[in-house]
Design a protein around this ligand. Structure first.
Ligand code: ADP
Ligand code: MG
Length: 461
């Protein structure tokens, strides 16, 4: 049998044990090739997609192929290369779309656009949503749903931390469906409101009106379902609503601030329902995507902010997109109110005022060192010491950078702590990391991870 046949057989075996929606999502968009030695290359649309595919199906694919061919087949998962994106040097504009966007079906004529939905934020559209490796899976799911609500991916559960775009993406689905089909009954609710309304209905004996309202929805968008935590009675009602809507093939979308398996105080059968469709997470964007987001947010503003300033914001704000936006707003407000030139120094102090909460200030240097040392599986004394092998210098530079970013210590103080080094050495180290951050998207993820761990540990102590 030829490899192509083996692959076909592999797919059909996987299909048997995978839900239809998941199968379509993962396997309809691959480009599979094999060389003369029967090595398999599976090309995926994005790095995020590749990782998901690999972790969810990698070993299964290997196993089946081994069974079929009788020997180990080498499989390489790759990412489709888009035509020259250009490197993101500081003075170059980052490529407009960090990830190729899937097409959205929309009415052709601008004039045909219907009035916006009364309960949806008109700014929360797909157009205004910047796609990067941090969110492209979720984005593609959202697009698929908007194009064909209630068919394949039901429900969609979007999860991720505060300010990472869950509400935006959820409402973008609502807005797109509303544009395509203004008659569709789209119900958007924060879960908190759902809970309050239900308890109120119980008190006033109006539960049937409540039930009707939700069960007549064509599209139900329920935001922040972690707010159902411990509310067993309301959970029961949501469970029934879910079943009714699911049976009549009505699309549901939920959001939640953590991975669903971490939801506590939830009825098991409800949780099973909520996660039975497709689950997609939103993560913090890379440096490059953050730049694109900032530029997007500037688009309809009458101000220009230099790339240098945008880079600074993008580098300094590492919490979430809401903060990123807030940082930009503060800076715009400053220029509009004072009419003064926006310098790097001014930006730095504006950002400091907004984002150095009490938690950031109390971070000791040795906590950062410990986190970095653990991350690179080395000792703190090596980190501070004199050795200058590549394996040690880079973590050392990272530790210096993170300390300078997250604490108030001066370069002199940092130098002293790192075995009596000169402050210029520290400055040099920090600059090295800044340069690397701009050119290597994956490196940014590493730094984010380290900073997040430091924040968490500092908060915990
Ligand atoms: P969440 O619901 O996850 O807490 P939101 O959806 O409210 O976060 O997003 C917070 C802010 O960040 C909003 O103003 C939103 O427009 C913006 N935002 C989030 N993700 C993106 C993105 N990918 N592109 C552009 N703006 C974004
Ligand atoms: Mg939200």
């Amino acid at each position: 049998m030829h490899m192509a046949e083996f692959w076909k057989e592999t797919l059909s075996q996987i299909q048997q044990t995978t839900s239809e929606s998941e199968f379509v999502l993962f396997f309809s968009n691959l480009n599979v090739t094999f060389d003369e030695n029967n090595n398999l290359t599976v090309e995926t649309p994005s790095a995020f997609f590749r990782d998901k595919l690999k972790s969810s199906f990698g070993s299964k694919i290997e196993e089946i192929l081994k069974d079929l061919t009788g020997h180990q087949v080498n499989i390489e998962f790759t990412v489709k290369t888009t035509p020259e994106k250009g490197t993101s040097k500081s003075n170059e504009k980052p490529s407009e779309k960090v990830v190729e966007k899937a097409p959205v079906k929309v009415l052709s004529n601008e004039a045909d656009k219907v009035r916006h939905h009364i309960n949806l934020n008109p700014d929360f559209t797909f157009d205004n949503f910047v796609v990067g490796v941090n969110n492209d899976f979720a984005y593609n799911c959202a697009i698929a749903i908007s194009n064909n609500p209630g068919t394949n991916y039901n429900p969609l559960l979007l999860y991720g931390g505060v300010g990472l775009g869950k509400t935006h993406l959820m409402q973008a689905i609502g807005n797109a469906i509303h544009q395509n089909n203004p008659k569709a009954n789209i119900v958007y609710k924060p879960s908190e409101t759902f809970v309050v309304e239900f308890l109120e209905a119980l008190k006033t004996n109006k539960t049937s009106a409540f039930k009707n309202k939700y069960r007549n929805a064509d599209i139900l968008l329920l935001d922040d379902i972690h707010d159902f935590k411990g509310k067993r009675e309301t959970q029961e009602e949501l469970f029934n609503t879910f079943n009714a809507l699911y049976q009549s093939k009505k699309q549901m979308v939920f959001t939640c601030d953590r991975p669903p398996q971490e939801l506590k105080d939830f009825a098991d059968r409800l949780l099973t329902r909520l996660t039975q469709g497709i689950n997609a997470d939103l993560q913090f964007p890379t440096w490059e995507t953050r730049m694109v987001i900032l530029k997007k947010k500037l688009e309809n503003r009458n101000v220009t902010v230099s790339d240098e300033i945008l880079e600074l914001i993008s580098r300094k704000i590492t919490t979430n997109i809401r903060d990123l936006e807030q940082g930009l707003k503060n800076i715009i407000a400053y220029t509009e109110l004072t009419n003064r030139e926006l310098t790097v120094e001014v930006t730095q102090s504006l950002l400091k005022n907004t984002f150095s909460g009490p938690l950031q200030q109390g971070i000791p240097m040795d906590l950062v060192m410990k986190v970095v040392a653990e991350f690179y599986k080395m000792s703190v004394s090596d980190l501070k010491g004199k050795k200058r092998t590549q394996a040690i210098t880079q973590p050392r530079q990272i530790a210096m950078y993170v300390i300078r970013e997250m604490t108030e210590f001066s370069t002199t103080e940092v130098g002293i702590e790192f075995g009596g080094r000169d402050h210029t050495t520290v400055m040099h180290a920090v600059q090295k990391i800044i340069d690397k951050l701009k050119t290597e998207p994956n490196f940014d993820i590493v730094i984010q991870n380290i900073m997040r761990t430091v924040r968490e540990r500092a908060n915990a102590s």
